[in-house]
Design a binder for this molecule. Structure first.
Ligand code: NAP
Ligand code: MG
Length: 455
């Protein structure tokens, strides 16, 4: 969506539009934000792309991901809170591209099966397949942009004895809601965003206890009394898990929050990113251009503090490289540049430094293009405020309001605290707890609606 918007933005300024085909396996756009109840395979035999669960809310302030060429004010016409739920963010990203008339470039329900590159003709040959009819087609392209994400293929470690565990074992990718864990004793493996967020979601939905098992180190938040952190599971024995500190406990269910794999089954190995989930995967100049083949681009291959606006900065950069507006330096200079970022990444001391690192990265991309500039230092400060709020109150950080660095608009304090918000539909989010809302009024919101505070 960012790449299509980038080309459309140039076209609006008079540039010639290249021939574009965008392949999308699902029946709608939105990628990760295109929620599906499916886990594993959908009805066409494809694996579910989205790892989101029904009641997911943004885990970072929306002011850190705001598009500088399409603000929240422009979309919603009034201030909204800083941590919107899933449907609200989907509405925002879809609203931007709906305005851009780019849907016509997308072939939905079409999976890319295989791509090869011919060095002599400098062309990609791509084989696609309609997931419903099975019909395959072959295309030739000059440039290829890989934007299929890397939070869809679960990383699933093995544990001794786990086959004897009688309860449910699932990965965060397949988690869709914690209602069924009410009253249950849950074991989460992993100590990052998914463990934290799914754990607190389970707490919200009434889980009896939540145990989070870490490999590298505990998250150390001030958890509710239901929640503890333990070192890594060493083995399972029926419903009992044994931990590295010699303790053990019985559980009803296990959720592996063990992250995701970079997986590009449609690409030969010499074109595929091989990386852990890091802020700067190697082999990509400016985090975007494949070092050995500068006709190949990746968007969003990084681990992310910045999200939507970083994808934009990357897409604008990729566009300008593709159209020749940006001239790439020779390979040896690109290698030196990549190495300097990798060295800086190795030296990152803490989360604050990581936020600054990605801020510098995004800044470099925006400086190189005409993507509308915004106060990146202010965004970096927002990231640090957000992290501080999390350590102060892991169940309350989403109730905080932040100020947009683009419009200066102060977010609204939401009508319902996150911990109490059980209906997080777009409609309820925008119109508040009032019982008699006109759902047809959603598209043209009355800016005079007065929200009932229910705090
Ligand atoms: P992640 O940040 O990559 O973390 C993976 C975790 O799995 C790490 O704690 C890692 O431990 C652990 N792990 C990996 N292999 C392991 C093993 N063999 N044994 C034990 N632990 C292992 O993945 P994530 O937490 O799923 O987050 C992915 C993305 O989703 C992030 O961008 C996040 O912001 C996003 N997310 C968003 C929301 C939301 O918006 N509400 C909710 C959840 C996730 P080490 O530290 O030891 O490597
Ligand atoms: Mg610029």
């Amino acid at each position: 969506m960012a790449q299509l918007r980038a080309f459309e933005a140039a076209r609006a300024k008079g540039a010639e539009m290249p021939e574009i085909v965008c392949f999308e396996k699902q029946s709608d756009w939105g990628g990760q934000w295109n929620y599906t109840w499916h886990t594993g395979m959908d009805g066409t035999g494809e694996t579910a792309h989205s790892s989101m669960y029904r009641h997911l809310w943004s885990n970072g302030p929306k002011e850190c991901l705001e598009f500088s060429d399409y603000t929240f004010d422009e979309h919603f016409g009034r201030p909204i809170s800083s941590f919107p739920p899933r449907e609200v963010l989907f509405d925002y990203i879809a609203g931007r591209v709906e305005k851009s008339d780019v849907r016509k470039y997308i072939q939905f329900n079409t999976a890319v099966r295989w791509v090869t590159y011919d060095k002599s003709s400098e062309e990609f040959t791509l084989v696609s397949q309609d997931v419903n009819t099975g019909e395959s087609k072959t295309y030739i392209f000059d440039k290829l942009v890989v934007s299929s994400g890397h939070f869809s293929t679960p990383n699933i470690p093995e544990f001794e004895g786990i086959n004897t565990f009688p309860g449910e074992v699932l990965h965060a990718h397949d988690f869709r809601g914690a209602e069924r864990f009410g009253g249950k004793k849950l074991l989460m493996i992993g100590s990052s965003y998914s463990a934290e967020d799914i754990g607190m979601q389970a707490h919200k939905m009434g889980a009896a206890s939540i145990t989070m098992s870490y490999r590298s180190g505990p998250m150390g938040y001030d958890w509710p009394s239901t929640t503890v952190e333990r070192p890594l599971v060493t083995r399972f024995e029926g419903s009992t898990a044994h931990f590295a500190d010699g303790t053990s406990d019985e559980f009803d269910a296990v959720i592996m929050c063990t992250g995701y794999l970079h997986k590009y089954p449609f690409l030969p190995s010499e074109l595929a990113v091989k990386s852990a989930n890091v802020l700067y995967p190697g082999n990509l100049y400016k985090g975007v251009v494949w070092q050995q083949n500068t006709n190949l681009f990746y968007l969003g291959a990084q681990d992310q503090y910045y999200t939507f606006n970083m994808f934009d900065a990357q897409a604008w950069f990729a566009r300008d490289v593709m159209t020749g507006k940006i001239t790439l330096p020779p390979a040896d200079q690109r290698s030196v540049d990549i190495k300097s970022w990798l060295d800086a990444q190795d030296a990152l001391a803490d989360h604050d430094a990581e936020a600054d690192f990605q801020t510098d990265y995004v800044r470099e991309l925006i400086q190189a293009t005409d993507y509308p500039e915004f106060d990146l230092d202010a965004v970096s400060t927002l990231f640090k405020d957000w992290m501080r709020h999390k350590s102060e109150d892991i169940l309350g950080y989403r109730d905080k309001a932040h100020r947009s660095v683009i419009t200066g608009t102060m977010a609204e304090v939401h009508h319902t605290r996150w911990i109490n918000a059980m209906d997080d539909s777009l409609e309820r989010y925008l119109n508040g707890p009032s019982q008699n809302v006109d759902t047809n009024a959603m598209a043209t919101l009355d800016p005079n609606i007065i929200l009932t505070k229910e705090r």
